[in-house]
Design a protein around this ligand. Structure first.
Ligand SMILES: Nc1ncnc2c1ncn2[C@@H]1O[C@H](COP(=O)(O)OP(=O)(O)OP(=O)(O)O)[C@@H](O)[C@H]1O
Ligand SMILES: [Mg+2]
Length: 380
């Protein structure tokens, strides 16, 4: 199994003295639907650190909710082990696990006001009145709903209702909170506001958050680490920067942001980098793993903002390819160029409109694209 340790808030760094909050060990989930086996999760291992903001990111149907439901205990794995704080909970029911889940449809009680919605769980557990008052008051302060205790859910905005749902989960003081697309129902502006709020709340209460989203920018801005899932498997597990700058697979490169994919045959291997054959005057050098040999075909990715566009062939130790501008889009603070290479590939370039020395290439111009070799990555 691949063991990935996490320290609170530290991307990819190991803190071995701490018991992880959540562990999935080679977890498989197969549903049986109308006599047919549906493999929803195909063998996922991950270790989530105490206090970490951890996201599961991936397209619809890739197994995010299923993974989350196995952590919460609503679904039993077909194979594999789930551990919470070091203890095997694979067969422990949800109400005996120290985690709470917030669903996309937050299911507040419509006939109860904010206070009663939040206090509901504590009342049911027969927590003494004084303590309920103190804890509900405290949580409403954290989610910034003081003064709205008497409101009913329908008298509040989507973001406020979302915060009530959050308070209702947090008031139980779970050691981990699982949030399944909690902002899905909100419009973009409110969503962005709530992203900041959620981050603040997580910092204040200091508990582990596992966050499910299919929105890559949301995962990049909020998470300490991200597991990018595809078709029931984790394709990459790393911090946001690493995922963005060094996508490990073609899928991750394509799913996160805009990425350029190029492929070429290896002409020479020099230690940890390879020289690729593309066009006759092109020069493309890319960092590689040991397994790459001469005559292999390698796919590489380079982000649009790492590429410089120029009308002359650049000097120096850069990777460079020649192409023809097929499209220029003015985006306000930047220009976006589409450049067609002789081999048929199309490359997107973002160039800041920061200073007037910026090259202004036009449709039909022959240009050179260049980048630092270390800003490109060979894909698996
Ligand atoms: N109860 C079920 N019975 C049969 N198949 C199921 C069941 N629940 C989920 N699946 C299937 O398992 C796969 C993973 O579903 P899951 O709900 O985990 O995806 P997801 O990543 O959360 O997607 P979304 O972003 O659309 O919510 C899908 O192919 C889905 O159709
Ligand atoms: Mg889902």
């Amino acid at each position: 199994m691949t063991e990935i340790q996490a320290g609170a808030g530290v991307a990819g760094e190991a803190t071995s003295d701490q018991v992880p909050a959540i562990e999935l060990d080679e977890v498989v989930k197969e549903y049986v639907s109308h006599g047919e086996v549906v493999p929803a999760v195909k063998g996922v291992s991950m270790t989530i650190g105490e206090g970490e903001f951890f996201s599961l990111l991936g397209p619809s149907g890739c197994g995010k909710t299923t993974s989350m439901r196995m952590i919460a205990g609503f679904e039993e794995p077909t194979r594999g082990v789930v551990r919470l704080h070091g203890q095997d909970v694979t067969n422990v029911p949800p109400n005996k696990r120290d985690v709470n889940m917030v669903f996309q449809s937050y299911a507040l009680f419509p006939h109860m006001n904010v206070w009663d919605n939040v206090a509901f769980g504590l009342k049911r557990k027969k927590v003494p009145d004084g303590e309920i008052r103190r804890r509900v008051g405290e949580i409403l302060e954290i989610v910034d709903l003081v003064g709205r205790e008497k409101r009913r859910p329908r008298e509040m905005s989507g973001g406020q209702q979302q915060r009530v749902a959050l308070a209702r989960a947090l008031v139980n003081r779970p050691r981990a909170l699982l949030l399944d697309e909690p902002l899905g129902a909100l419009d973009l502006k409110l969503r962005q506001h709530m992203q900041i709020e959620l981050k603040r709340i997580q910092r204040e209460v200091g508990i582990t958050f596992v966050y499910v989203t299919h929105d890559q920018s949301e995962a990049l801005t909020m998470s300490d680490r991200i597991a990018v899932m595809n078709d029931g498997l984790v394709e990459q597990l790393a911090g946001p920067r690493e995922i963005y700058e060094r996508p490990a697979t073609k899928f991750v490169a394509g799913f996160i942001g805009t990425s350029n994919l190029l492929s070429g045959v290896v002409r020479a291997v020099n230690g940890s980098s390879a020289v690729l054959a593309l066009g006759p005057d092109d020069r493309v050098v890319v960092p590689i793993r040991e397994t790459v040999a001469e005559d292999d075909t390698v796919e590489l990715t380079v982000r649009p903002e790492k590429i410089t566009i120029s009308t002359e062939r650049p000097e120096g130790d850069l990777s460079m390819v020649e192409g023809t501008v097929s499209e220029v889009v003015y985006l306000g603070t930047s220009n976006s160029y589409a450049v067609a290479l002789a081999g048929g590939a199309e490359i997107t370039v973002f160039q800041q409109n920061a200073h007037d020395s910026t090259t202004t290439a036009e449709r039909g111009d022959t240009v050179w694209l260049s980048w630092q070799p270390q800003h490109s990555y060979a894909l698996q």
